[in-house]
Ligand binder design. Structure first.
Ligand code: DAH
Length: 368
């Protein structure tokens, strides 16, 4: 304990003098200014006040202030030496305390996984179950049973890798291939259980596509299928509009355009109002105000028959959508390759609770 000076305003500084050997470099620098700083230093102020004291007190008080100042100066110098010495020793031991610490990463789901889970949940909420099928598929499930006529031009978009392996005994079809869509799982679902059928089918599919800003040779799809007595295009429309309103927002506009798929008749494509410009037209929607999100249609009777379903009794509707694309639409991601690269600077924007994250739940979140 330092000796009391006999002056309360000076003694009030003694605990600070004693704390100096505990300060780190930054605290030491600011304490030096707070005590001895030329402008507002606590001791500098005391020294200045000496001149205005009556002569008989001036000498003794001045001496006390100067002694305390000398003690502070000595303590600052001593502490600085200790800190310098510590730093030198750590540096020569190969430790650099000025090096930034390594960041701790928060694990989280990939944005495409989140979107797929969210889509599946919306359909589960209205009575659909989840089915999956093999990524290595036979040509029968991938094409024949889906009513692709051999060598039909519709197959041009479905070029894929064929697997050089003998046919699987007891399995329909000859050649094995990497499936080009999740639609073959429609056939598997119907062969497995008689109507009513209501399934959603998430999975990866493969195509001979370039890896560019809007294509990837492996990407996700979610298929949907509903088969029952008396199912009509009204069910298709109402269900897909329900989906769009829950996934995007309750006020999102949708439209259906006629299209062609071998396995549906009639066939359509569904567009949603562009999520970036909300319909006014922007580069992302090529000025149309609309974004295509899925193909759909009434299941072709031939497909029902291939799957052992009586097409006189039952009807059905189906859809197929691309969650990679939908993730891009929702978050305004300009290049699909960002979703494959695993670059943390991109991905951490989607970590819930991260201050830099985008609105991960999305505007139409149903998980209220
Ligand atoms: N399988 C189609 C494709 O990959 C997408 C599709 C369109 C699936 C219409 C469907 C459907 O079930 O009804 O291009």
């Amino acid at each position: 304990m330092s000796n009391p000076t006999g002056y309360p305003e000076l003694d009030a500084l003694l605990p600070r003098l004693e704390a100096i050997p505990t300060l780190d470099a930054d605290a030491l620098a600011s304490e030096l200014i707070a005590v001895l700083g030329r402008k507002n230093g606590a001791l500098t102020e005391a020294l200045k006040s000496v001149a205005s004291l009556p002569l008989e007190r001036r000498k003794a008080y001045g001496a006390a202030v100067n002694r305390l100042k000398a003690s502070f100066e000595a303590a600052f110098v001593a502490r600085r030496e200790v800190l310098d010495d510590q730093r030198r020793r750590l540096q020569s031991a190969g430790l650099d305390l000025t090096m930034p610490a390594r960041r701790r990463w928060l694990g989280a789901e990939h944005p495409v996984t989140r979107v797929m889970d969210e889509i599946v949940e919306i359909f589960r909420g209205i009575g659909f179950t989840v089915a999956v099928g093999p990524e290595v598929e036979t040509d029968w499930y991938n094409f024949t049973a889906l009513n692709f006529p051999a060598d039909h031009p519709a197959m041009d978009m479905h070029d894929t890798l064929y697997v050089d392996a003998p046919p699987i005994p007891g399995e329909q079809g000859g050649r094995l291939l990497l499936r080009t869509h999740t639609s073959p799982v429609q056939i598997r679902a119907m062969l497995e259980s008689a109507p009513p059928v209501r399934v959603v089918i998430p999975g990866l599919v493969y195509r001979n596509d370039p890896f560019d800003a809007s294509h990837a040779p492996a990407f996700s799809q979610i298929e949907g299928l509903a088969v029952d007595e008396g199912i009509s295009f009204v069910d298709l429309k109402a269900t897909l509009v329900h989906f769009a309103h829950h996934f995007f927002s309750p006020s999102t506009k949708v439209r259906f355009r006629p299209s062609f798929f071998p396995f549906t008749e009639p066939s359509a494509e569904m567009d949603v109002e562009c999520q970036l410009c909300h319909g006014s037209g922007c580069p992302a929607c090529k000025g149309t105000g609309w974004m295509e999100i899925l193909g759909c249609g009434m299941v072709h009777p031939a497909v029902l028959e291939y799957s052992g379903v009586d097409s006189e009794l039952y009807t059905g509707w189906a859809f197929g959508m691309g969650p990679h694309r939908i993730t891009m639409l929702r978050y305004g991601i300009p290049d699909i390759r960002l979703l494959y690269e695993g670059d943390m600077r991109f991905l951490e924007q989607f970590v819930p609770g991260n201050p830099r994250s985008v609105a991960v739940a999305g505007p139409g979140s149903h998980s209220a």
